[in-house]
Design a protein around this ligand. Structure first.
Ligand code: SAM
Length: 239
């Protein structure tokens, strides 16, 4: 039976502190001990991050702009954002992910406190589910998180994220298309050992409806696909 209600979140938290952490740290990392599927997902995800950076920079420079990276994982987006001078608040439901992201940021950002010309600020890291986040940010980003929740949960998550954002909300999710549904079905028929969580697909129309309910509209849309990675990327703005 499908787990709905409070169950999903506990399962997701446990997964991303355990086997899921090990799996995704590898996929999002640089080492070559990944299989073909994992490498394909790594490439797809990197394209998503690249596209988000492009979307954001199209609207103007990021220096001094407050960005909330909800469900930051290992910091794949938070770190490049900080490199552009953005003031990043990075959070994740998984403590393991947050500490990995923090370690990576320290290594990759190497903030030189004696260099007055540098505008790089270390992101603020926090262990928190996105539902508990408060405050206001110019921009809120939430990448590849909705896949872990059914649409009825995703609606509330989107509404909450929109309430934290002043100007922009960027979301990515696995689109509910026939091809991807099929891939997912096949995945369920032949479950691999590392497939430990359910994956939920979302129709763009459902996401759009949730945004409309919150008083937001879609401004930009993109689709990122490789063989095994699919993401709809949307930028929404207040109506
Ligand atoms: N956004 C990151 C990226 O694109 O590199 C990570 C994506 S990873 C597939 C999904 C992340 O969402 C995991 O790090 C997981 O711990 C986090 N997550 C899942 N449910 C969450 C929730 N309710 N609140 C905050 N983070 C959550």
């Amino acid at each position: 039976a499908e787990v709905v209600g409070g169950g999903d979140k506990e399962v997701v938290r446990e997964y991303f502190n355990g086997t899921g952490f090990q799996r995704w740290k590898k996929i999002y990392g640089e080492t070559d001990d990944v299989n073909k599927v994992q490498m394909d997902i790594r490439i797809g995800h990197a394209k998503t991050v690249e596209n988000v950076m492009k979307m954001l920079k199209e609207d103007g420079p990021l220096a001094g702009v407050t960005v909330c990276d909800a469900g930051c994982g290992t910091g794949s987006l938070s770190i490049p954002l900080a490199k552009e001078g953005a003031l990043v608040s990075a959070s994740d439901i998984s403590a393991a992910m947050v500490s990995e992201a923090q370690g990576k940021a320290k290594q990759e950002l190497r903030i030189d406190t004696t260099d007055a010309s540098s505008n790089i600020v270390m992101p603020k890291f926090e262990v928190s589910d996105l539902e508990s986040l408060g405050g206001k940010y110019d921009t809120v980003v939430c990448l590849d998180v909705l896949i872990h929740y059914p649409q009825n949960k995703a609606d509330a998550m989107i509404g909450h994220l929109a309430s934290l954002a002043e100007n922009r909300l960027i979301l990515s999710f696995a689109p509910n298309t026939w091809y991807y549904s099929l891939l997912k079905r096949i995945g369920e028929l032949f479950p691999g050992p590392s497939k430990a969580t359910r994956a939920y697909l979302h129709a763009e129309a459902d996401v759009e409806r949730a945004l409309q309910k919150a008083g937001w509209k879609i401004k930009k849309r993109g689709l990122i696909t490789t063989q095994f990675y699919f993401a709809n990327l949307i930028e929404a703005v207040p109506v």
